[in-house]
Design a protein around this ligand. Sequence first.
Ligand code: AMP
Length: 212
Amino acid sequence: MVEEGKVFILIGPPGSGKGTQAKKVSEFLNYSFISTGDVLREEVKKKTKLGNIVKKYMEKGALVPDDLMLKIIKKNLKKKKGIVLDGFPRTINQAKGLDEILKNKSLKIDKVFYLKVKEEEIIKRLSSRRICPKCQSVYNLITKKPKNDEVCDICNLKLIQRDDDKEEVIRKRLEVYNEETKELLNYYKDKILEINGEGNPEEVFEKIRKYL
Ligand code: AMP
């Protein structure tokens, strides 16, 4: 019998630290890591056909349509030992589509981590987030400062703010999260583990690690 690979999913509002924790989980287990936000940002940066389509949704803080997202995830889901998903699924339709895709790939959703963070904390975190335009390293001007003022420690380039980390877009992203993504907590109720996402990334990861 072929052994099934495990899929771990991280769900949480924007700024809950999903990306950071998903990376930590994938490194800890030596699994592959897929961030749909990173995949989309790369397409936008390269100005591909797909990038030009998704840009207008991302700028507004809206979700990219489900059919496009499912095509993207299907293309990126190559079975290795296991997979950690960051930012996908974000709607019930995406979750159902993912179930269909996994059926044919001998991959199985093992656990869904829900990172819970208060709204004031999210706005504070996201408005002080900065990224390197080249290597995409993520910094925070309050909690994870670069060594030199707003410059990437690795590439030495001036850090930038994501367009969708401006306050009005953050509010829209939170609204979308509350209206669409939160429903997933019920969809995955048998697999959900609620994790308090406040505190530093190492402390949060310690809480997750116990379940891996
Ligand atoms: P993230 O980096 O996960 O916060 O994603 C940034 C933006 O990319 C989101 O605000 C959406 O516009 C888009 N996006 C990423 N993942 C998805 C998804 N699963 N479904 C729809 N839109 C997505």
